[in-house]
Design a protein around this ligand. Structure first.
Ligand code: C5P
Length: 233
């Protein structure tokens, strides 16, 4: 299980200071989301690699548009040399297949993950919009993503195992909404612990505020890695 740090702080300087504190965790994945990328752009991705070239970059822009526009955007993300990107599975099979056909011939391409149901949705919120049970719909969307040759999906820890059963064990699940040590849930609704993620075979956990809002982000990351090891033993 890999750890992705969500780099969502309010200035570039704060993000870079945080990374400097954490540069001795070479296995860390760095998640650059909408806030940081819109504000700081491509040079920011280069700054991350300058701090530690072993950091893997996850560009989490959650693309959603018509198939050709999504494939063009995914192609441009791939050209940035990032290691993982996200698109929305509700864009449909045609869009997902068009993206994979566009990226597969590249010499090096990022892992492509499809967002199923956001972890900020409760089942009630979800029903209001989609008139479907959240777990059923997450499995349905994950199956479409699998059939479209995506590398994996984004879901809550509570759907991860079921999605693997409906696809394969190697189909990647990345789970945000992790609160490792009973922190505030913030706007997240389907929240779990590291042990929940481990039991549900999550491949990547995403953690933001519990790390960057803490007085000692380094000690939180150390404790997260210890907790992951504890789950394995
Ligand atoms: O601060 P927190 O740990 O809640 O951060 C979670 C991160 O994961 C945020 O950057 C958010 O954009 C992202 N994310 C999410 N739910 C998804 C997909 C991404 O919370 N389904």
């Amino acid at each position: 299980m890999e750890l992705c740090l969500a780099l969502d702080l309010s200035t570039k300087e704060q993000n870079l200071a945080l990374l400097n504190m954490l540069k001795n965790f070479p296995k860390l994945w760095i998640k650059v989301g909408l806030r940081s990328f819109i504000r700081d752009g491509i040079p920011f991705l280069e700054s991350i690699k300058t701090i530690n070239p072993d950091f893997k970059i996850f560009l989490d822009l959650k693309l959603y548009d018509i198939p050709n526009t999504m494939a063009d955007a995914a192609f441009e993300c791939a050209n940035l040399g990032v290691d993982m990107i996200t698109i929305h599975t509700s864009s449909g099979k045609n869009a997902m297949q068009t993206i994979m056909e566009r990226l597969t011939p590249l010499k090096k391409r990022p892992l492509v993950l499809g967002v199923t149901a956001l972890t900020s949705f409760s089942n009630e919120d979800f029903q209001t919009i989609y008139h479907k049970n959240i777990q059923d719909q997450a499995i349905n969307l994950a199956t479409l993503a699998y059939q479209s040759a995506l590398d994996g999906i984004v879901c809550s820890v509570f759907e991860s195992l079921e999605i693997k059963k409906h696809t394969t064990n190697s189909f990647i699940t990345l789970t945000p909404g992790i609160r490792p040590f009973n922190e505030n849930n913030d706007d997240q609704k389907r929240v779990g612990t590291i042990l929940d993620a481990f039991k549900n075979k999550s491949d990547f956990i995403v953690i933001g505020r519990p790390i960057y809002k803490h007085d000692s982000p380094k000690s939180v990351v150390e404790n997260i890695y210890k907790e992951i090891e504890k789950c394995k033993s």
